[in-house]
Design a binder for this molecule. Structure first.
Ligand code: SAM
Length: 219
């Protein structure tokens, strides 16, 4: 199968299961207009995160890697009125575009964007109140550092998702050694003996190609 086939299949199921959302469409358009890279989660993946938050009755979510706020909007839409998404972004331009999109979505009071290197902000973040879900989707070489912080900040029974851990199969092919691939390997190596989480990786295909995510349950 090919990207064309995966895209057709995403479109097929989305036509039954995802409603039209002018706000999310406007976000995608604005991101493109402002020159952001096309690396946000897909609509189906955004909805998956949204449903996951609702399933665990989440009130607070933390995201590393805001880009234009597309996934942050999916997350925020899953939370109650008094819920909160904190999302961290190093690029001032990305953060500015995200702020525009979040404003247009009417979600300004649910989403807080922290601009700067995620690790710096994370180290300062207090674990109270804890997060129900952490979505790690920033620079991949820092995956393990982010995961350690995520564990500190997530309530027992909460979930940590790490995106893009399959990388078209490159992570499992030891011939590849680029820093993004190594960032994932370092993470799973550490999780192997980590007694604070129980984890699995799900490979995915779709409009965004072949990749996958790590799902960790915080014990
Ligand atoms: N979660 C977004 C979505 O689905 O809409 C996509 C995030 S994109 C894959 C990764 C983002 O992480 C980029 O916007 C990039 O600027 C940001 N980033 C890279 N290094 C970072 C760092 N050290 N701290 C915070 N953000 C970083």
């Amino acid at each position: 199968t090919t990207l064309e086939n995966w895209t057709q299949t995403d479109e097929y199921f989305n036509s039954f299961l995802l409603s039209e959302d002018p706000v999310l469409d406007a976000t995608v358009k604005n991101n493109e207009k402002q020159g952001l890279p096309d690396i946000a989660v897909s609509a189906a993946q955004g909805k998956f995160l949204n449903l996951l938050l609702r399933s665990i009755n989440a009130k607070r979510a933390l995201e590393l890697g805001t880009l234009g706020g597309y996934s942050a909007i999916w997350l925020a839409n899953a939370l109650p009125e008094d819920g909160e998404v904190i999302t961290m972004e190093v690029s001032e331009h990305h953060a500015k575009v995200a702020a525009e999109n979040i404003e247009a979505a009417g979600l300004t009071n649910k989403v807080k964007i922290i601009v700067g290197r995620a690790i710096d902000a994370l180290e300062k973040l207090e674990p109270t109140p804890p997060f129900d879900l952490v979505f790690i989707d920033a620079d991949k070489p820092s995956n393990l550092a982010y995961f350690k912080q995520a564990k500190r900040l997530t309530r027992p029974g909460g979930v940590i998702i790490v995106d893009n851990v399959v990388r078209q199969g490159k992570v499992a092919n030891l011939g590849y050694t680029d820093p993004n691939v190594e960032g994932v390997r370092e993470l799973v190596q550490a999780i192997k003996t980590d007694t604070e989480v129980e984890s699995t990786v799900i490979q995915t295909v779709g409009v965004k190609g072949y990749d996958g995510f790590l799902y960790a349950f915080r014990k």
